[in-house]
Design a protein around this ligand. Structure first.
Ligand SMILES: NC(=O)c1ccc[n+]([C@@H]2O[C@H](COP(=O)([O-])OP(=O)(O)OC[C@H]3O[C@@H](n4cnc5c(N)ncnc54)[C@H](OP(=O)(O)O)[C@@H]3O)[C@@H](O)[C@H]2O)c1
Length: 348
């Protein structure tokens, strides 16, 4: 029997990475792979070791040589710590490239991105893009490449990942999630997302709020459907299935969509019922207020993440990986109520 494949996870103590790790642990009945995780703290290492994961300590995402060496010791790296950290992605790909060259084996880099990258800027009106982007019918790499350099750091890292993968002979896969909802299943955090952010703004203003008209549309995905996609991708890699990689290796992940206004309406209804607001009527929050609350004053960021249109279709996951998401609108609406209730209680 051949040696089990080595999989290294970055971000294993986070919402996404922690949930992916749990799923990979649970679905390894045949011991097809061994799991490692790069973490910062000894207590994190100890908890993961108890779960059967080989913990590796690093300083942080800037610890280039340690990350490169760790990647070199594995066949697959799942980088779920940051969509924006170029050097971390580069260190992983260089390490996997070293391994590919020395072993002659294929190595694989799976990168977390985010669909805020495709988001338009409808409040300022500087860029409107309501198109639904398919990862099969549209050339997402080319779309990203044609954005100006100032567009977004997520875009820059996506392009750098594809470029480094091609140069180093590493197969790259980019997974850009939209709005994620649902409780994480990792050992360290349940996770927070845009519903929490909109609720935080509403609780501060004592009224549900939206940026601009709230008419921007985003896709959504439940964390368990997201982790399912990651495990299907890993399984397809292990099975040696021919998969699109590099420039064509974008894998969207979504199950439905909603407007920002409808999220705020859900927050308003729940908050009014629970006595946190006097009215369900959705008011406005300025871009500056949202930017100051979450993004050190970056208006562009607030607009892209909390007001934009960002529409994708996960055609590749459905067609090639056989991905069948389970959680849709009903679960999402329930989640909004739960988040509002939990955040009101925290505030009390
Ligand atoms: N959550 C969403 O809705 C969503 C949607 C699309 C894309 N994304 C992107 O996906 C990425 C992960 O998101 P998440 O929600 O899982 O975040 P998260 O819960 O905050 O987890 C981040 C993970 O990365 C690690 N990390 C962060 N900065 C680090 C540093 N400087 N050095 C070492 N480790 C570091 C954290 O380790 P520690 O525990 O040691 O801090 C943790 O394991 C982010 O880039 C985010 O923009 C998120």
């Amino acid at each position: 029997m051949s040696d089990p494949t080595g999989i290294l996870v970055l971000g294993a103590t986070g919402y996404i990475g922690g949930s992916i790790l749990t799923e990979l642990i649970d679905r390894n009945a045949e011991d097809r792979y061994v799991l490692s995780a790069l973490v910062r703290k000894p207590y994190q290492a100890s908890i993961l070791a108890d779960a059967g994961v080989n913990p590796l300590i690093f300083k942080d995402l800037d610890d280039f040589d340690v990350i490169r060496k760790a990647a070199k010791d594995h066949d697959i790296v799942i980088a779920a710590a940051s969509a924006r950290h170029n050097d971390c992605a580069r260190a992983c790909i260089l390490g996997l490239g070293d391994r590919a060259k020395s072993s002659g084996k294929e190595t694989h880099y799976v990168h977390i991105s985010g669909t805020s990258n495709l988001g338009d800027w409808p409040v300022t009106g500087e860029r409107i893009d309501t198109k639904i982007h398919s990862d099969v019918d549209d050339d997402i790499f080319e779309i990203e490449k044609n954005f100006p350099d100032s567009h977004s750091p997520v875009r820059d890292v996506d392009l750098a990942v594809v470029d480094a993968g091609e140069k180093e002979g590493v197969k790259t896969y980019i997974v850009p999630p939209p709005l994620i909802f649902g409780r994480g299943t990792g050992s360290f955090t349940l996770g927070v997302g845009q519903v929490h952010m909109m609720t935080q703004l509403a609780l501060k203003k004592k009224q549900p709020v939206m940026l601009g008209t709230g008419s921007g549309i985003w896709n959504r995905v439940h964390i368990l459907d997201l982790t399912d996609l990651f495990t299907l991708l890993v399984r397809a890699i292990l099975d040696g299935k021919p998969l699109p990689t590099g420039k064509t290796g974008y894998y969207f992940v979504e199950n439905g969509f909603q407007t920002w206004r409808s999220i705020s309406q859900g927050i308003g209804k729940a908050g009014k019922e629970l006595g946190a607001f006097d009215t369900e009527e959705v008011g406005e929050v300025t871009m500056q207020e949202a930017a100051d609350e979450f993004y050190n004053g970056s208006l562009r960021h607030a607009e892209g993440v909390l007001a934009s249109n960002s529409r994708t279709k996960a055609d590749k996951a459905r067609q090639i990986l056989g991905w069948q998401p389970k959680y849709g609108e009903q679960t999402f609406l329930e989640e909004v109520e739960e988040v509002v209730a939990a955040m009101i209680e925290e505030q009390a």
